[in-house]
Design a protein around this ligand. Sequence first.
Ligand code: PEP
Length: 254
Amino acid sequence: MRKPILAANWKMNMNSAELSAFIGQFIPLVANAEAVDIVIAPPFTLLDRLTQQIAGTAIQAAGQNVNPEENGAFTGEIAPGMLADMGCTYAIVGHSERRALYAESDEFVARKAAALLDHHICPIVCVGETLEQRDAGRALEVVETQIRESLAQVPSDQADQIVVAYEPVWAIGTGRTATPENAQQVHEHIRKRLAAKFGEAGNRIRIQYGGSVKPETVYDLMSQPDIDGALVGGASLDPEAFARIVHFQSQRIQ
Ligand code: PEP
């Protein structure tokens, strides 16, 4: 019912030569992956080149961030209309690195999500607890608050145009993946909150898992009922590994 979505977050990695080498290898590997959405979020500097190189394929381009303002004196920032102009159909907002390193609040994330929807760009809204919060037994409560506050400005009639990414902070870039059962428990909780807020549309919202996803772990994660995709950092820099993640159904470890 919900189309799986596998997204690459390249963070501050890759230059133009590396992008071309990646795309040249990746396109043939995913040519028949029609049943899933494939998204790549490169640094802003590579968006134009990426959209040119994926033209005619089913791969979609995403921003890693956005500023909610339309334009103006915001040195170093990128507006939603600029992402649309580059051909982006998705943008990541509220990534834990931005929340932690640049003190981005739920309120700011909410404004970004609303601004993207105004430009017909699908926000990938990231939430997730820290290890300290998990150890204190507060994971569900923290994620619930982030969901409520970060989605506060999403109109109900546009709710199914967003994607939520559950990324436990302690699993990002650490090699520690949440067990499929742990992840499912949080995804199920998020699903219930989305359904309470948006009604039937809440059941159509895709919820990705993110945090050290690898070809070896993706099948079991994707087998959970409320895990509809993956947001992938490190492993998405390798075209062969990310292609295996896109083909998650054939990655079952016997
Ligand atoms: C991320 O930063 O979104 C992420 C999930 O990174 P990694 O896969 O490297 O943990």
